[in-house]
Design a binder for this molecule. Structure first.
Ligand code: ADP
Ligand code: ASP
Ligand code: MG
Length: 406
């Protein structure tokens, strides 16, 4: 008998039949004698719709009210799954973030979990054999208002709950059979990985592989939660996220990820003097805007162009912030480009092998794809390209690094 956390993503609870399917899977674990807590996402598409409503009313909407709106998707699925479980004879109760509570910081829209009070859930699991069906993605802020954890945040809810309940396993059920060498929806030859190192998964997630939210991997690594990614539509074994030394054969490149969630901003004719980068990026940081890639080019006339990327969702606030500091800095103009994609290759093998970056540049050059910005870290190389080349580039790189499966 084990204690397990099962998390089901949006496609797994997209309609009533799928919720029944999920209930059946939960029942199997309960019948096997396990103590089970379930974390659910909103139905597929529901969160997108809620976000779009907020944005349509106001591009610069209040983050507290955004959370009030977008947290509702998970409330629906938690109640529905509890009903479906009760209907097949499984003792179950739904829980929203504030009821447990799942305490977070006050960063509305991208809150971090501080603490989860698991005692009552544990008591019910033990004494009543009751399944806890917990809303993913949401928590309770210090202002006593509902918070949300950022897109894809239910993964983090699940890992945090597994840590709080000291669960033996945290199974992340999704619409693919595990973590692949790249997005299997784009590359048919992508291969499923039996195991992936925390560091690699962390890096892949942070550069756009949507299969796990970055913070969930961070937390799993820190709290030593055993995470498995698997399909809610098959019984095939999934992918285990493990310590690097549990992986025998280390590939140079573990995977390739892409993100269309970033926008490129160029500030033209910025005066080239000490303190100017601080004057640009300080106010953006103060506004809570995450800047990713940065390049600066020097012109001959004492000005520079500064190019950087931010999340597309942050673009309106970024432009507003930059306009506020225009007088003080005295730059020429702002140009924003939303039609960009970031491609990244990731692998711990890069620590000991040279040539990963040059293979990437050559492969893209052979396809006539222009590289706009480059950034690297110990186990990752990223480039920014035109969004229209995303699929072509991912497929070409997947072959170039020898990742294609049968
Ligand atoms: P869920 O709703 O279950 O949380 P997500 O859409 O957030 O599901 O994540 C699963 C999706 O992640 C897959 O459908 C797939 O398109 C995408 N994905 C991107 N990169 C990868 C990868 N390397 N391995 C597996 N899936 C990936
Ligand atoms: N429903 C939320 C989202 O779509 C959280 C999640 O699915 O993980 O981002
Ligand atoms: Mg997800």
């Amino acid at each position: 008998m084990a204690r397990i956390v099962m998390k089901f993503g949006g496609t797994s609870v997209a309609d009533l039949d799928r919720i029944r399917n999920v209930a059946g899977r939960v029942k199997r674990e309960v019948d096997a004698g396990h103590e089970v807590a379930v974390v659910v996402s909103a139905m597929a598409g529901a969160t997108n719709q809620l976000v779009a409503w907020c944005q349509s009313l106001s591009a610069l909407h209040d983050a507290r009210e955004y959370d009030t709106v977008v947290a509702t998707g998970e409330q629906v699925t938690s109640g529905l799954l509890a009903i479906a479980l009760q209907d097949i004879g499984v003792e179950a109760r739904s829980w929203q973030g504030w009821q447990i509570p799942i305490e977070t910081d006050g960063a509305h829209g991208r809150a971090r979990i501080d603490a989860i009070e698991g005692a009552e859930l544990l008591r019910r699991m033990r004494e009543l054999r009751q399944v806890a069906v917990v809303t993913g993605f949401q928590g309770l802020g210090p202002d006593h208002r509902v918070t949300t954890l950022g897109r894809g945040g239910s993964d983090t809810s699940a890992v945090a709950l597994a840590a709080a309940l000291k669960a033996e396993r945290c199974d992340i059920y999704t619409d693919v059979e595990g973590v692949f060498t790249t997005d299997p929806r784009i590359v048919a030859k992508a291969r499923k990985l039996d195991r992936i190192a925390y560091e690699e998964m962390l890096e892949l997630a942070s550069v756009g592989a949507k299969v796990l939210q970055t913070r969930s991997v961070e937390l799993a690594m820190k709290e030593k939660v055993r995470v498995q990614v698997r399909s809610s539509f098959s019984d095939a074994p999934g992918t285990l996220v493990v310590d690097e030394d549990e992986i025998v054969e280390k590939e140079m490149v573990a995977g390739i990820a892409y993100s269309r969630d970033e926008a490129k901003i160029t500030l033209r004719r910025v005066p080239d003097r000490p303190g100017v980068a601080a004057a640009v990026f300080g106010p953006l940081a103060a506004a809570g805007i995450n800047v990713d890639m940065i390049v600066q080019n020097l012109a001959a006339d004492g000005t520079t162009d500064i190019t950087f990327t931010v999340g597309k969702a942050d673009l309106p606030r970024t432009e507003a912030t930059l306009k506020e500091i225009r007088q003080a800095i005295g730059y020429g103009e702002i140009a924003a480009d939303r039609d960009v994609a970031k491609l990244s290759v990731v692998g711990v093998g890069m620590r000991s092998h040279a040539g990963v970056a040059s293979t990437m540049f050559r492969t893209l050059a052979e396809r006539g794809i222009n590289i706009q910005v480059i950034s690297t870290s110990e186990i990752k190389v990223s480039v920014l390209i035109g969004a229209e080349y995303t699929e072509l580039a991912v497929r070409a790189l997947h072959s170039a690094y020898g990742l294609d499966g049968a």
